[in-house]
Design a binder for this molecule. Structure first.
Ligand code: TYD
Ligand code: MG
Length: 457
């Protein structure tokens, strides 16, 4: 009689292994994400790594001066916003993971790049979610012509690999990693073991044969599928496709990039005919901005090397209960609470007994302190029920004593502010001197939030 298979437990969110089942993962803190898997899986998952060593030339230590370098070979995907996030096009033989919530538009994005890719490359689009017919219908709707585009509806990774050996595509797209399974492994598709194993096999394909692989991975809040998080360390690039459910804007961000910076974003708009690029995000994010209404202020944040204008809205109302409510959307909550405290103590506004809501329009996440001043102004504007001039923007970090601190890349921000038609901009006095205002833009230098509020409200 064979000994009883030893069980191992995994967190489906972060991949952490534990010897026994727990309600909460001790590594990432997620609840109900631990699942059981036979140990055979773990032992097997060492297999591809050994195979990988055989597949690639065996490496020995070499002095760094003797290591030969050539620039990595890049090609453009045809979507400028995607190329920008990838650091100037996709690198041949790299593996790119595209993560995002279901329905956000990952399949659409991948199918759309096929249109230009298949003009100079053979592309194999493997879907484990849709039939060839469904993909074709979608491709037609997206106006993807695709002479060199091959479709395969398959979930068995071995069959996919066979198709790859037959077709020898330059680009392989796998939609999605959670539907793929490797026949050798007993665990179910979408489990940590399967997802890791399949990604490893695809990585070997990319490195060994120079096939550029795009892998789609769903982010699943319930944790019933292993998410892209467990794969981040394995792949070359991780892109996240984000957006608000009810908004048409989609933002593509790089979370990891072995071939470029990770601070670029790509902005898209989801319409009836798929995704269109938004080369001018400031304009898109500011469209429909209310005029002559209290509680809104525009700022300029840097998204990578690109300045983007963002509208910050605030609503401050007397609190109905003892405890004032605070919420923030698209803005760090703790930062918002801190700014409210500074407004009370240093700005002289009795805002503590009010409910305050802060929102950044357009699904943008503003994580930069340079947006502090605009948030403070929006809050004060709503509190006093006074409008901020419509042609005014504000940039500056607010310190705990209410002082305004200088921000980086100010000239780029000011150019963007001017380009979008603003004529006044509040900036920290500290920054002045080094800065030349673009023509037609009046700079209002302020030293602290009291001066800022006195200048405009
Ligand atoms: P999809 O690419 O299937 O999302 P994912 O692969 O990330 O799960 O996109 C699905 C959503 O996008 C769907 O709800 C409808 C919408 N959509 C459009 O609005 N316009 C279009 O042209 C397409 C193809 C999809
Ligand atoms: Mg899809």
């Amino acid at each position: 009689m064979s000994p009883k298979a030893k069980k191992v437990f995994y967190c489906t969110q972060c991949g952490n292994e534990t010897p026994k089942w727990q309600g909460q993962c001790s590594a990432c803190g997620a609840w109900n994400t631990i699942v059981e898997q036979p140990e055979a899986v773990t032992r097997k998952s060492a297999g591809p790594r050994r195979a990988a060593a055989g597949g690639l030339a065996r490496s020995r230590p070499q002095p760094i001066g003797e290591v030969e370098t050539t620039d990595e070979l890049r090609f453009e995907t045809g979507l400028g916003e995607l190329d920008r996030v990838l650091g100037g096009g996709a690198v041949k033989g790299s593996l790119v993971l595209v993560g995002g919530a279901p329905g956000i538009g990952k399949s659409t994005l991948m199918l759309q790049i096929c249109d230009s890719l298949c003009r100079f490359a053979n592309v194999l689009y493997v879907s484990g979610e849709e039939s060839q017919r469904q993909i074709k219908l979608r491709a037609e709707r997206l106006k993807v012509r695709g002479e060199g585009l091959y479709l395969l509806s398959e979930t068995n990774l071995e069959d996919v690999m066979e198709a790859v050996q037959e077709l020898k595509p330059d680009v392989l797209i796998v939609d999605s990693i959670q539907t793929m399974y490797n026949g050798d492994t007993t665990s179910t598709p979408g489990s940590v073991g399967q997802v890791k194993e399949c990604t490893m096999a695809l990585m070997q394909l990319a490195k060994g044969q120079g096939v550029t692989v795009f892998v789609i991975g769903h982010i699943n809040k319930e944790g019933s599928l292993a998410g892209p998080k467990v794969l981040e360390h394995m792949v070359d690039c991780v892109l996240y496709f984000e957006g608000e459910e009810h908004m048409s804007h989609r933002i593509l961000r790089a979370a990891k990039n072995r071939f470029g910076a990770t601070n670029e974003i790509g902005v898209f708009d989801m319409g009836d005919h798929g995704l269109t690029e938004v080369p001018n995000p400031s304009e898109a994010l500011l469209s429909g901005r209310p005029q002559d209404t209290p509680g809104t202020c525009v700022t300029c944040v840097m998204e990578g090397a690109r300045p983007v204008l963002a509208e910050i809205q605030a609503l401050v109302v007397p609190s109905a209960y003892g405890n004032a409510r605070r919420t923030s959307n698209g803005f760090d909550y703790n930062r918002a609470v801190l700014l409210l405290a500074v407004l009370e103590k240093r700005g002289g506004l009795m805002i503590n007994s009010c409910d305050a809501y802060l929102n950044v329009i357009g699904g943008l996440w503003v994580g930069e302190p340079a947006a502090d001043l605009a948030a403070v102004i929006a809050l004060a504007s709503s509190f006093r029920d006074k409008c901020v001039p419509g042609d005014l923007a504000a940039v500056g970090e607010v310190g705990l004593t209410g002082e305004l601190r200088s921000v980086n890349s100010l000239s780029q921000r000011l150019s963007e502010v001017r380009r979008l038609g603003f004529t006044k901009c509040l900036i920290p006095a500290q920054n002045h001197g080094k800065i030349a205002a673009p023509e037609g833009l009046q700079l209002i230098k302020v030293r602290n939030i009291r001066e800022a509020l006195a200048a405009i409200l």
